[in-house]
Design a protein around this ligand. Structure first.
Ligand code: SAM
Length: 253
């Protein structure tokens, strides 16, 4: 009797995170997500180009155009993976970037690819950054926030490491594009992406996860509210590609 009650108490109070179509205990998500990205790391950049028809480059370049690298020469790029944002930041005039990501293979691919650039690579997760309070002035997270275990904790941690006035940028897919694109977007997500994942990365499940993680991510207005709750102001959302993805920009208050 007590054992059954105790089990129910644990089930009801256990914190969960979305993973694909399931909700899993929060403690299980990070190992699952890092295993998934470790598995696709060597094909990750190629898959990005194939899946987006090269558009991810346009979106990332657009993000960089919002950043004043002269005023903000140091970047913290969280969930930085193979370093696409960090490398663009340096090419745009930035002096130094720190990529933080929990997946060893993604970091290894990035480190080898951008060895000549002033980028440091550190293992760590968005919810527990290995950095002191108020030590950063510029924070980016690109196609990373939907992968974290706990979005609120990741935003709180961004607010902790940024100084007042610090800039926050999140580039991310949106769960629903504008109405005219919804049917084709759904078809693309259900039929094309998993097939590409199977053929190119030999991992259909990883790319099915990717689609579900997009569908379950908060809508832009909801994410703006979470940012405000976490201590950010001047929050604005810039939709890209008919609302397929977009950029949240905010200032640490
Ligand atoms: C889709 S990739 C994005 C990589 C890169 N930012 C880009 O735009 O190409 C997502 C990245 O999020 C990382 N990630 C997963 N869970 C994370 C967490 N809890 N904190 C920080 N990064 C995480 C993964 O290791 C992976 O490198």
């Amino acid at each position: 009797m007590y054992l059954a009650l105790g089990t129910w108490y644990l089930v009801l109070t256990m914190k969960t995170s979305p993973f694909g179509q399931a909700d899993i205990p929060q403690t299980d998500k990070l190992p699952k997500v890092t295993a998934l990205f470790n598995g696709v790391a060597s094909r990750y950049d190629l898959m990005n180009d194939l899946m987006s028809g090269g558009l991810h480059r346009v979106w990332k370049n657009f993000l960089l155009r919002l950043i004043d690298t002269a005023a903000y020469p140091e970047l913290l790029d969280v969930a930085g993976g193979t370093g696409d944002i960090a490398a663009r930041f340096i090419q745009a005039g930035g002096k130094h970037a720190l990529v933080v990501d929990p997946t060893a293979e993604m970091l290894a691919v990035g480190r080898a690819k951008h060895a000549a650039l002033p980028i440091d690579w550190q293992k760590g997760q968005a919810e527990a950054l290995p950095l002191p309070d108020a030590s950063q002035r510029l924070y980016t997270i690109s196609f990373g926030l939907r992968n974290v275990v706990d979005i609120d904790a990741a935003l709180a941690e961004a607010a902790r490491v940024l100084r007042p006035g610090g800039q926050y940028f999140c580039l991310e897919f949106c769960p629903e594009p504008w109405p005219d694109l919804r049917d084709i977007y759904r078809f693309y997500g259900d039929s094309i992406i998993p097939r590409l994942g199977a053929v190119v990365a030999d991992d259909r499940a990883a790319y099915e996860y990717l689609i579900e993680s997009i569908r379950r991510f908060p809508k832009p207005a909801a994410l703006s509210q979470l940012l405000e709750k976490a201590g950010f102001g001047a929050v604005r959302f810039i939709p890209l590609a008919g609302g397929i993805c977009g950029i949240h920009q905010a200032v640490r208050l």
